[in-house]
Write a protein that binds this ligand. Structure first.
Ligand SMILES: Cc1cc2nc3c(=O)[nH]c(=O)nc-3n(C[C@H](O)[C@H](O)[C@H](O)COP(=O)(O)OP(=O)(O)OC[C@H]3O[C@@H](n4cnc5c(N)ncnc54)[C@H](O)[C@@H]3O)c2cc1C
Length: 532
C-alpha cells in the first residue's frame, strides 16, 4: 500500500504529527516505531520511570566516543525506545523555554515562521493545564499539564531558601519569564495521577481511525530515494526486510538516529559517506554536526534526616507508597522526584537565565558513576541552558543496525567550564542557607575541601552528564547557509518529499527541557503540509 505520509519514529514528535496529519489533513499515515507499543504499568506512574532509568528495557543506549576533554570518560547516551519515545520514559517536566530562544532561530538562522509569537499558539493548542488559566496557557488541549502532585520537605526548604539568595519565587516558568525559583509543571494527569505521554495525549484523538497504521518493533534501515525524491523507507520487522511507499516521509527518529538514517541513505557529508562505502546523493555537510545538549554537574550533600526520596522505593516504604498510590492516588508515587528548580544567571542578576539548577531530593547520579554510596540527601544539579560546546553524530559503519557514534562534546568550550563552575559555587551556597542548612549533615561532592577552579573543573570532568536533551544534528537554516540541512519548513535540502520534525531540527538548543518544544515544533510544522 502507498501512504500519503510515512513517519519514522513514534516518539514525542512522531505521535503529534500522526494525529495532526490524520485528524486535520485527512491523510493516510504509516508510523513506524522501533520500540514496543506497551510499557510496564509502573511507567505510567509518575515515579515509575526512575526504576527504569537504570535498565535498558525502554531505552536505547547509544555509543559515546571517549571524550579527551573529560580525561577519556565516555558519558552515557540514552534515548527512549517505546511508543511515545522520550515522552514515555522522561521525567515529565513541562517547560517551553525563553521567547529569545525562538526569536534567535529567526534572527540568526533565517528560520522564518519560528518566532516565539509563531510557536506560542501551538503550545497553547496542545495544552490542557489543570492549574494555570492565563492567556499564555491552554486548558482544553489533550496534553495534560499540572503542578507537582506531591512535594517533599527538601523541596519545600529549597523554595523557602532561594529567595534569600536573591532569586524571587516564580509561579510560572512558562509565562515568558524564567528567572527565579519555583515548582516545575509536568505532563501528568491531575485526575488519574498518571503520566501523559505523547501517546496518551494525541493518539486517542485518532483511535480507531483506519487512516492511521502504527507498526511497532519495526526498525527503519534506510530511505528509498528515486532520482531526487524520497519515495519510501525500508524497515525490518520480525526479522524480515520490508518496503513501504509514500508521497512524503517525515523523519522523527530523534537527534541521534535521524542523521544516521540520512547518512545511510546517501544524504550527509560526502567524505564521511565515502569512507563507509556509501554513495553520496546529496552532499550536506551539516548532517550529524551541531549536536548540543544540556549537560549538568551535581553538588551532593548528605542530610541529617529523611527529607526526600532515598529508600522510598524499597522494602516497606515501597509497599506503603505503592498502596497509597493504588488505593488513594496520593503520596510519593505521584511525584517524579524532581519538583523544583531555579533559573539563574551568575553573571547578571537582571538578565535572562543562563543556568538551571534542579533540586533533586536524593543522591542522584548516572549509572556510570559507581563509587558514590547513595544515602538520604539532596542533589543540586547545575545545567547549562545555552552551552557553547558542540558535538557530532557519525556512522560507525554502513550497517543500519549498528548504533551511531556520538561525540557529545560536553564542556569542550572554555566558556561552558567557566559558567558551570560559577553555577556549582552558587549551588553549593544553598547548603549554607536556611532552612536547607539545618537539614544538611555534610557535603559529599565535590567535597568541602574542593574550592579552587582546578578542583571544580576536575569534579566537572568526573561527573558531567546529559540532562537528556540532545538537539541540532539536522538543523534548519537559510538557503545560503552550507551547514543548514533543512529549510525553514523543515524540508531536507536537495531531496523532494522528505522532512524532519524531531529535536534535530533546532539550530540552537532551547533553554528548556525539550519534550514540549519538540511537540510544538511538530504541531507547527504540520501547517506547512497543508500547502504542500
Ligand atoms: C531519560 C530521559 C528523561 C527526560 N526528561 C525530560 C523531561 O522531564 N522533560 C522534557 O521536556 N524532556 C525530557 N527528556 C527529553 C525529551 O523526552 C526528548 O527531547 C523528546 O522526547 C525527543 O522527542 P523526539 O521526537 O525528537 O525523539 P524521541 O521521542 O526520542 O522519538 C524517536 C522515536 O524513534 C524511534 N526510533 C529510533 N530509531 C528508529 C528506527 N530506526 N526506526 C523506527 N523508529 C526508530 C525511537 O524508538 C523513538 O521512539 C528526557 C529524555 C530522556 C531520555
Amino acid at each position: 500500500m502507498t501512504y500519503d505520509t510515512i513517519i519514522v519514529g513514534g516518539g514525542s514528535s512522531g505521535c503529534v504529527t500522526a494525529m495532526r496529519l490524520v485528524r486535520d489533513l485527512g491523510q493516510h499515515v504509516l508510523m513506524l516505531e522501533a520500540g514496543p507499543a506497551r510499557m510496564n504499568p509502573i511507567m505510567h506512574m509518575p515515579a515509575g520511570y526512575m526504576k527504569y532509568l537504570a535498565k535498558d528495557t525502554y531505552l536505547t543506549m547509544h555509543r559515546m566516543e571517549r571524550q579527551p576533554q573529560l580525561d577519556g570518560r565516555a558519558t552515557i547516551v540514552p534515548q527512549g525506545r517505546v511508543l511515545g519515545g522520550g515522552s514515555s520514559v522522561n521525567a515529565m517536566v513541562y517547560m517551553r523555554g525563553q521567547p529569545a530562544d525562538y526569536d534567535n532561530w529567526a534572527d540568526n538562522y533565517g528560520a522564518e515562521g519560528w518566532r516565539y509569537a509563531d510557536i506560542l499558539p501551538h503550545f497553547i493548542a496542545m495544552e490542557g493545564n489543570a492549574d494555570l488559566d492565563t492567556p499564555v496557557h491552554g486548558t482544553a488541549g489533550p496534553l495534560k499539564v499540572t503542578r507537582p502532585l506531591y512535594t517533599c520537605e527538601m523541596t519545600r526548604a529549597f523554595l523557602e531558601a532561594l529567595p534569600s539568595l536573591g532569586e524571587p519565587l516564580n509561579p510560572d516558568f512558562n509565562s515568558g519569564r524564567q528567572r527565579g525559583v519555583g515548582l516545575m509543571q509536568g505532563t501528568m494527569d491531575r485526575v488519574t495521577k498518571r503520566r501523559c505521554s505523547a501517546v496518551d495525549a494525541f493518539l486517542p484523538l485518532v483511535r480507531g481511525d483506519e487512516r492511521l497504521t502504527i507498526t511497532t518493533e519495526a526498525i527503519v534501515t534506510r530511505l528509498v530515494i528515486e532520482g531526487n525524491r524520497c519515495t519510501g523507507v525500508d524497515y525490518v520487522e520480525g526479522g524480515r526486510t520490508q518496503r513501504a511507499s509514500a508521497a512524503t516521509v517525515i523523519l522523527a527518529a530523534g537527534t541521534y538516529v535521524t542523521p544516521k538514517l540520512l547518512m545511510l541513505s546517501g544524504i550527509g557529508p560526502a567524505d564521511h559517506l565515502l569512507r563507509h562505502g556509501i554513495k553520496p546523493r546529496v552532499d550536506l555537510p551539516g548532517v550529524g554536526e551541531n549536536l548540543q545538549d544540556h549537560c549538568e554537574v551535581p553538588v551532593i550533600a548528605a542530610s541529617n534526616g529523611r527529607y526526600g526520596y532515598f529508600g522510598q522505593d524499597k522494602g516497606w516504604n515501597m509497599i506503603r507508597n505503592g498502596l497509597d498510590y493504588l488505593l488513594r492516588k496520593r503520596g510519593p508515587v505521584t511525584t517524579t522526584g524532581v519538583e523544583a528548580c531555579v533559573f539563574t544567571n551568575p553573571d547578571d542578576p537582571q538578565a535572562d537565565a543562563s543556568l538551571k539548577i534542579y533540586c533533586v531530593p536524593t543522591v542522584y547520579l548516572d549509572r556510570d558513576i559507581t563509587d558514590v554510596t547513595a544515602c538520604d540527601g539532596v542533589t543540586f544539579t547545575t545545567c547549562l541552558l545555552r552551552p557553547k560546546s558542540r558535538g557530532t553524530v557519525r556512522l560507525h559503519s554502513a550497517d543500519p543496525l549498528e548504533p551511531p557514534v556520538v561525540d557529545g562534546g560536553f564542556l569542550k568550550h572554555p566558556e561552558d567550564i567557566r559558567l558551570m563552575i560559577a553555577g556549582l559555587r552558587f549551588a553549593r551556597s544553598f547548603l549554607d542557607t536556611s532552612p536547607i542548612k539545618e537539614k544538611i549533615s555534610h557535603e559529599m561532592l565535590p567535597g568541602a575541601d574542593k574550592v579552587s577552579d582546578a578542583d571544580l573543573h576536575a569534579h566537572c570532568k568526573r561527573m558531567v552528564k546529559t540532562n537528556y536533551h540532545p538537539v541540532g544534528t539536522a538543523r534548519m537554516g537559510r538557503d545560503d547557509d552550507p551547514m543548514a540541512v533543512l529549510d525553514s519548513q523543515l524540508r531536507v535540502r536537495g531531496v523532494e518529499g522528505l522532512r524532519v520534525f524531531d529535536c534535530s531540527v533546532m539550530p540552537e538548543i532551547v533553554s528548556a527541557n525539550t519534550n514540549a518544544p519538540v511537540m510544538a515544533i511538530a504541531h507547527r510544522a504540520v501547517e506547512w503540509l497543508k500547502t504542500g
